[in-house]
Design a protein around this ligand. Structure first.
Ligand SMILES: Cc1cc2nc3c(=O)[nH]c(=O)nc-3n(C[C@H](O)[C@H](O)[C@H](O)COP(=O)(O)OP(=O)(O)OC[C@H]3O[C@@H](n4cnc5c(N)ncnc54)[C@H](O)[C@@H]3O)c2cc1C
Length: 437
């Protein structure tokens, strides 16, 4: 059975705000914080039961690309969050390695203190549009669907869901249609970190021997990001690639969860038998958010491209800087593809030297053909290569913060293209953002 049906119903209006944000990950929380600081009334809808997105529900092990090796890249929200994390012992004794339960509470406090209105277990399911202007977002909660009115909307869903629902154009994958693999991150206990450090071993060497010996993995995967401390005896694991998953295909995502969970016991055996300090390690939990490295990239007024990265272009409408490699994970589990990945990773054109940064133009947040829709986080307008650098969480803080600030400035007439960029840049600087390398 196939075809289409029409489903229409009257919805309660849940409220009217200056800014509506879908998604409370790194980008959405930064956007909410900045918009509130700039005087806007903000509503944030988060589908899960916590803020932080991949950094909490997704069990991603650490903040990457926090500084350019000399200075912090993500001043403002990022700096404030790191300060709170340090105060709460959220990094333990390792720089920017995440203790996820502490990070969840840090976000809770920061969002509560910011004065925004937010709802967990609130899934964005639709938008109303009048010409090029969005008028309402439809969310689904335990009470059923309801509408939220706003002057400006921000897509911080990671997957570009708000943009897609609004009919915005998007790109997916590289020019050949290949999409980076996903991973289901995991939480591990019973680890003797001291024994691991004392061993001086390198995880890749151990993995290579295990793959060559055989018997551990149904489909050996050469690229292994590894475990990072999430506490005295615990770790977050970032491994187990799920290849060829189209994150816009709900059936593929369902298979992805199954595959991600299938891989983890293989790694448990490998770690227990081969890795010093992990002899008694135990898989405590798999993440409650599937680790999608790349999804929709919404078409914006400007698309950041590889040459911009290569030339370290400084955009006149820069809203922030970033410092991270073009980190494109292997597209399949062959040794040849892993070797391609390693070559690329060592290629100077894909790496920023200490002190070097790239900038992000405001135009890459402005979703094309929508007067009042901004993108933030990993769904902003960039080509496949640049997305592989701007996807890390500190950069999502940068674009989220800028989107929040811009939305607050645009709240009076609801046109994100009419705001003076110099005023936006001044407000971002006042919040602590760094706009130049
Ligand atoms: C396996 C893996 C490992 C990674 N490792 C690192 C790392 O070590 N360091 C690093 O800095 N970065 C890492 N990254 C990248 C980084 O975690 C993400 O790119 C980043 O979190 C994206 O931020 P975001 O705010 O755009 O989206 P997300 O973090 O995905 O947050 C989006 C939020 O929106 C919510 N949402 C989605 N749809 C809806 C909806 N319809 N309605 C309401 N809410 C919705 C989600 O629940 C989520 O909370 C990794 C990514 C992956 C997948």
């Amino acid at each position: 059975m196939s075809g289409t049906v029409t489903f229409s119903c009257e919805l309660p209006v849940l409220g009217e705000y200056d800014v509506f944000i879908a998604g409370g990950g790194p980008a959405g929380t930064a956007a909410a914080w900045a918009a509130a600081r700039c005087g806007a009334r903000v509503f944030l809808a988060e589908r899960s039961g916590c803020f932080g997105g991949m950094g909490t529900a997704g069990l991603v092990p650490a903040f990457a690309g926090v500084s350019d090796g000399q200075q912090l890249t993500c001043g403002g929200f990022g700096a404030a969050l790191f300060e709170e994390m340090r105060r709460a012992d959220g990094f333990g004794n390792r720089n920017y390695a995440i203790r996820p339960e502490i990070l969840k509470r840090v976000y809770d406090c920061m969002m509560t203190d910011s004065g925004i209105d937010f709802v967990f277990e609130a899934d964005l399911i639709g938008v109303n549009r009048n010409g090029s202007r969005l008028t309402e977002a439809v969310i689904h909660t335990v009470a059923g669907p309801g509408a939220v009115r706003a002057a400006v909307f921000i897509d911080a869903t990671g997957d570009g869901i708000l943009g897609a629902l609004a009919g915005a154009d998007f790109e997916l994958g590289d020019p050949a249609g290949r999409i980076m693999p996903s991973s289901l991150c995991s939480l591990w206990s019973n680890i003797d970190w001291q024994a691991w450090r004392d061993s001086g071993a390198a995880i890749f060497d151990i993995l290579k021997t295990a793959i060559e010996d055989g018997g551990y993995f149904e489909q050996p995967d050469w690229h292994h990001t590894g475990m990072a401390p999430a506490g005295e005896t615990t770790a977050c694991g970032n491994f187990g690639h799920i290849f060829g998953l189209d994150p816009t295909d709900f059936r593929a995502r369902t298979r992805g969860w199954i595959e991600g969970r299938r891989l983890l016991p293989e790694f448990q055996r490998f770690y227990r038998e081969r890795v010093p300090g992990f002899g008694r390690c135990e898989l405590s939990a798999s993440a409650s958010a599937l680790g999608i490295r790349e999804g929709r990239r919404l078409v914006g007024d400007y698309r950041m491209v590889r040459d911009d990265y290569g030339s370290r272009r400084v955009f006149p409408d820069s809203i922030g800087v970033y410092h991270y490699d073009i980190d494109i994970h292997p597209y399949d589990n062959s040794l040849a593809e892993f070797q391609r990945f390693r070559r690329d990773f060592c290629e100077p054109a894909n790496i920023l030297a200490p002190g070097e940064c790239c900038t992000i133009p405001y135009r890459s947040l402005c979703v094309k053909n929508c007067e009042n829709l901004l993108a933030a986080g990993r769904c902003i307008a960039a080509d496949h290569d640049v997305e592989a650098a701007i996807r890390v969480m500190p950069v999502c803080f940068v674009t989220g913060q800028a989107a929040g600030c811009a939305a607050a400035l645009a709240r009076t007439d609801g046109d994100i293209r009419q705001i003076p960029v110099t005023v936006l840049q001044q407000q971002l600087t006042d919040l602590g953002a760094r706009l130049r390398p």
